[in-house]
Design a protein around this ligand. Structure first.
Ligand code: B1H
Length: 820
């Protein structure tokens, strides 16, 4: 094993001590959960030494810092990952075995910190892992939600949301740091005070309410390099509670209001993926964590630098989508109001410090805030944005004299709304998309006007994932096999996986590879039996679609295809059919009615199909409850087929697609998001591509001409399946249960087109691609080669590569190593 601080006997002693100190128990008396806490504390002890070392090194080297500002960090469990990155996993496993415990069971005691919805939040977590591993000084800044994304229960086939009280037993890896608290101000009004000494107007917020932001730090352990970075999440606390002397005891009403304000800001993560919630509380959350983070960053900068004009040389703020865009205005506020700079100086600094990542073109995800709401909650910030807008419109007018159309389309404030994407683009030096196709669509369609005005700001950074969690931790059998064949360099340099290509035709390698896949399928089958009570055959094809439930991701097309296959098998029982297990996992936003109905449909089809003895178990459908980071690791490892079937142009990148590929699953998908680059790496013959192209979809959207009814009328297979939505086949005779889904595909409502996501247009091509999958799977050696090549060609999709590109092309950070 590699160099680390673990001495087995010392570690065992430390676990015993911790159990004693925490619970007044001996190891024999402690519960598994208590052992988890004790083990985590022992691990934290090692981490903290490295954390201190890292901070010392940063103080010494004074490297440029990136602040990754994000409303979401979908971290997943920390214990196993920390052990992996400390290179102590196997030692600790052994030590615990000697104490009579199973590390896997101990890991299972940890709640999944689910402070994110899906891809966007998980990307932030992968980025932190890569930043620490590559030795860059980085802080994640976010919110300490008391309730993360809800836990999903399935009752009678329907999703039920259960609160995720992840802090209930205390989270061992966080460190509360009240000494770094910051005050954040809401409401009130802005008073203009003339200062004769400077001849300037000063802007003073008065009559406001304050909240204290208290930071909690979580360690981000780099792989085998002693670097430990920080994820800083902010919690809200009432000022009155914290500092009695600051509290105006006379004003009882204000005290109560301030307390209430503090109480709910960090309550809960909004559970929408790719959909914005235009709620006042969401706006409060945004300003709360941004103001605290930017204040802290400026304070830290000033400790060791004398001139704020140097800020862009030493600091960069990366905005994870528009949710943290308030950064632009908050930085301006600090530089203008607190540092006394001129507008021009402050703007020069701000626009060289902020950078923005766009993650979606879905219209319903674009953040637009009513000015009423905005200006009332954040009067000074709003005033600053008004001035940014005024100057920006001037710039547009200078460039395009008399072109009101440009102003209408590009203004930051227009139609009574503040458009956050426009602010992020105007206020920063970089705009990036998250996969090549997505960036091209931004440049040519969604952000065309901005691209024309600022072509140099635009760039692409194709997403990536960390192989430390999604292969080394999630799939130990395959990880060991890879290391046996090409050494362990891939752990920090995933491009080395290409050395596996020489084994693509090697019979023995193929067999070993598929045998590992089989064992991982057995592991998942066991999980499914325990959690769903459904028996699945690990020899069947595991065909998996796991991701958030959204119409554009087309889980509906997948389940309609299952219904179609079932009809085929019933009609032609003699038909040759390779057994297949369709596995779904997806949470639907709590208020997304059609998405929740789709979950019900999947479960209803599962009920019928799984219980039909006449089909001899050829077809199984499983909906895995409560899909989340921890079970995802196991699911990717067990997949044969990776479903990436979004309507082309809609999935900005996808990252699940990469996790499947890394684990040797073969993609069936559309030419969307990063699928395009996956196919480019692995070769078209090792994937199953189908359906409309993004150009075709965009063309229909812009010019019309799509008629789903034509497919219904002309294709009896499609008609059959659709009729089964409204003839009670999957609803015990209830014709109405699934009518909304039927209507969504066929009935044009007044404004929007039916079948918004082109399911019927792509259905036959999808079915045909699935047929090709089946044929290919029957060819054992052929399939093994495809699967192995998917792993071998996945090197590009490490977040280490993505982060290095951010560093080289946007952030320009300095690499740090810990002096030995
Ligand atoms: C992605 C979101 C998102 N894009 C708004 N946009 C949200 C938008 O709570 N909100 O308001 C939450 C999430 N999430 C995803 O980002 C894309 O759909 C994926 O294609 C992409 O891989 C991922 C990471 O870039």
């Amino acid at each position: 094993m590699l160099d680390n601080n673990f001495k087995k006997e010392e570690f065992k002693k430390s676990v015993r001590e911790n159990v004693k100190m925490l619970y007044r128990k001996t190891i024999e008396e402690a519960s598994q959960e208590q052992i988890f806490q004790a083990v985590s504390l022992a691990v934290k002890d090692v981490i903290i030494d490295n954390w201190l070392l890292t901070q010392k090194q940063y103080e010494k080297d004074d490297p440029k810092i990136v602040y990754y500002l994000s409303m979401e960090f979908l971290m997943g469990r920390a214990l196993g990952n920390n052990l992996i990155n400390l290179c102590a996993y196997n030692e600790v496993k052994e030590a615990l075995e000697e104490l009579g415990f199973d590390l896997n069971v101990i890991e299972d005691q940890e709640p999944d910190p689910a402070l994110g919805n899906g891809g966007l939040g998980r990307l932030a977590a992968c980025f932190l892992d890569s930043l620490a591993t590559l030795g860059y000084c980085a802080y994640g800044c976010g919110i300490r939600y008391h309730y993360g994304l809800f836990k999903q229960k399935i009752e009678n086939g329907f999703q039920v949301e259960v609160p995720d009280n992840w802090l209930k037993d205390g989270y061992p890896f966080e460190l509360r740091r009240p000494e770094y608290a910051k005050e954040v101000k809401f409401g009130g009004y802005v008073k203009v005070v003339y200062d004769p000494a400077t001849g300037r107007n000063n802007f003073v917020q008065e009559g406001y309410q304050s909240v204290l932001a208290i930071p909690y730090d979580m360690p981000i352990v780099g792989y085998n390099n002693k670097i430990v970075n920080t994820l800083r999440i902010w919690d809200a606390q009432a000022i009155s509670e914290f500092q009695l002397d600051l509290f105006d005891k006379g004003d009882y009403r204000k005290a109560v209001e301030q307390e209430n304000l503090a109480k709910n800001i960090c309550d809960v993560l909004y559970p929408n993926d790719n959909h914005y919630a235009g709620k006042e509380l969401r706006l409060k959350q945004q300003y709360f964590f941004i103001s605290a983070s930017i204040q802290a960053a400026i304070e830290k900068f000033k400790k060791s630098h004398s001139d704020l004009h140097d800020l862009p040389k030493k600091v960069t703020f990366q905005l994870n989508d528009t949710h943290p865009t308030m950064t632009v205005a908050e930085l301006m506020r600090i530089l203008l109001d607190e540092e006394g700079m001129t507008w021009e100086e402050a703007w020069e600094i701000t626009t060289h410090t902020c950078a923005y990542t766009n993650h979606t073109i879905m219209a319903e995800a674009l953040e637009k805030w009513p000015i009423e709401l905005f200006s009332k909650l954040l009067p000074r910030i709003y005033q600053i944005i008004e001035e940014i807008n005024r100057r920006f419109i001037q710039e547009i007018n200078n460039k395009y004299p008399g072109n009101q159309e440009k102003v209408r389309k590009m203004a930051i404030i227009y139609d009574g709304q503040v458009k956050m994407a426009h602010l992020a683009i105007a206020g920063g030096y970089s705009v990036n998309g998250v996969a090549r196709l997505h960036t091209e669509i931004l440049k040519k369609q969604e952000l065309k006007d901005f691209y024309e005005m600022y072509p140099d700001k635009f760039n692409n950074k194709t997403n990536g994932i960390t192989q430390r969690r999604f292969l080394l931790h999630g799939n130990p059998l395959l990880a060991d096999w890879v290391t046996d064949h090409i050494g362990d360099g891939w752990v920090t340099d995933l491009s080395q996986l290409s050395k596996l290509k020489v084994y693509a035709d090697d019979k023995r390698a193929q067999q070993e590879f598929m045998n590992i896949k089989y064992q991982n399928k057995v592991r998942l089958a066991k999980y499914i039996l325990e959690h769903n009570g459904i028996e699945v055959d690990p020899r069947s094809i595991f065909d998996v679609q796991v991701k958030r439930l959204h119409e554009y991701k087309r889980q509906l097309m997948n389940i309609l295809h299952v219904m179609y296959l079932y009809n085929q098998i019933k009609e032609h029982p003699e038909m040759d059919f390779y057994p297949r297990t369709f596995i779904f996992g997806a949470k639907a936003a709590a208020g997304y009615v059609r998405a929740k109905l789709t979950i019900k449909l999947i479960n209803a089809v599962a009920d019928v199909v799984n219980n039909d003895k006449s089909i001899n178990g050829k077809l199984k459908v499983v909906f895995i409850e409560n899909y989340r980071v921890s079970n995802a690791e196991m699911i990717f490892a067990a997949a044969d087929v990776s479903e990436q079937i979004s309507t082309a142009s809609k999935e900005a990148s996808g990252t699940g697609n990469m996790k499947f590929m890394l684990n040797g699953a073969v993609t069936i998908g559309t030419m969307d998001g990063a699928n395009v680059e996956i196919v480019e790496e692995v070769g078209e013959e090792n994937a199953f591509i189908f359906g409309l192209s993004s150009d075709e979809v965009i063309n229909y959207e812009n010019h019309g001409g799509y008629d789903p009814m034509q497919y219904f009328n002309n294709d009896p297979d499609i008609r059959n399946v659709l009729m089964q939505l409204i003839n009670g086949t999957y609803s015990n005779g209830d014709f109405e249960l699934f009518r909304d889904i039927y209507d969504s595909l066929l009935n044009t409502k007044s404004s929007d087109r039916a079948d918004t996501y082109f399911i019927l247009a792509d259905f036959k091509a999808y079915a045909e691609a699935q047929k090709r999958v089946e044929e290919a799977y029957k060819d054992e050696a052929g399939w093994a080669k495809k699967a192995l090549l998917n792993t071998a060609c996945s090197g590009k999709f490490t977040s280490d590569r993505t982060i290095q590109q951010y560093v080289d092309e946007i952030w320009h950070l300095d690499k740090v190593t810990i002096d030995k």
